[in-house]
Design a protein around this ligand. Sequence first.
Ligand SMILES: NC(=O)c1ccc[n+]([C@@H]2O[C@H](COP(=O)([O-])OP(=O)(O)OC[C@H]3O[C@@H](n4cnc5c(N)ncnc54)[C@H](OP(=O)(O)O)[C@@H]3O)[C@@H](O)[C@H]2O)c1
Length: 346
Amino acid sequence: MKHRLAFIGFGTVGQGFAEILLEKKDWLYNKYGFDYNVVAISDPLKGAVYEEEGVDLKTILNYVKEKGKIDEYPRGIKGWDSIKTITSTNANVIIEVSPTDIKTGEPGITHIRTAISNKKHVITTNKGPVALAYHELSHLASTNNVFFKFEGTVLAGTPLLNVGLEALRGIKIYEIKGIMNGTTNYILTQMEEGKSYTEALTVAQKLGYAESDPTADVEGWDVLAKVLILGNVVMGGNLKPKDVEREGIVGISKGDIEEARTQDKRYKLIGRVWREGDGIKAKVGPEKLDTREPLAQVGGVKNAISFFTDDLGEVTIMGPGAGRKETGFALMSDLLGIYKSLCCQC
Ligand SMILES: NC(=O)c1ccc[n+]([C@@H]2O[C@H](COP(=O)([O-])OP(=O)(O)OC[C@H]3O[C@@H](n4cnc5c(N)ncnc54)[C@H](OP(=O)(O)O)[C@@H]3O)[C@@H](O)[C@H]2O)c1
């Protein structure tokens, strides 16, 4: 079966995934027997195109690179918005890569709800819908007999959710804690090298690690979304944003970093989820870690998460937490997971 893919959003991650699909097309077919057509792309500024038999992805990517738009692509139906693209194309897998809004989850929640209600599989890297509506959306997916996958929402393509849900099946996870935001980890690492918070933030912005408005990162909102996902998906909780104490790194001074150094400690922005009684608790905030701890050794934009378990003790996974292809790969992994599951049902 040839999968028919539709992209909702075609920014950094969407294009990164499209490049992977294109570069690996023959290899994916030879190795896994996996084949696909991209039938539609819908993005508010770049434009939209639908071609039932599949678009020429290489040409589309060239249009985006050269003109920032796909409007002049010479074939197909143009101008369909995201909802029309989800409901009226022949796509069977919707790739939801629109921006994250951690306060409302929109437009992602509506996109995903619509896709699943129309019996389409969804793969996404959008944190908002998973952080705020995981239980509703996963229940909807199972009643509609489709897959809803989102590996890239935590640690991008570094395998984390699949490890927690599948590889660690049968083990008791007591706590998950980690560095889940590369921007803030970079800033803290730079501060250890002597920069002030403002100087470090400016460097991070120059290098493209931090947005011009860095609020979501430095005030801990991004980590809050990831902690909600870990708490609700991996630990089986039902946490809401209001249940999670959240503090960013804005209040950390050069003096705090120096003082920690004299104690053989290091500040990290830590997201943490743990079992307490029958419930799940979570917290986001800066913590002083002993320099010998695995998480304390993780510098720069790298991310790492430790699972604390009964039979394995501490299991730490480290890798990139963002990036065009690094996040695109998570979509690849989810897509192949759906393909494999559907093949097994045949
Ligand atoms: N970049 C990463 O490394 C990374 C890592 C992990 C997770 N993620 C998540 O992955 C998602 C995509 O990230 P990204 O970096 O590709 O973001 P991005 O570059 O901002 O791309 C998002 C795209 O979605 C479009 N869009 C906005 N509203 C839309 C709508 N209603 N329908 C369809 N498209 C819409 C945007 O168009 P306009 O430009 O016209 O607004 C933009 O082209 C986000 O949710 C992000 O949080 C990203």
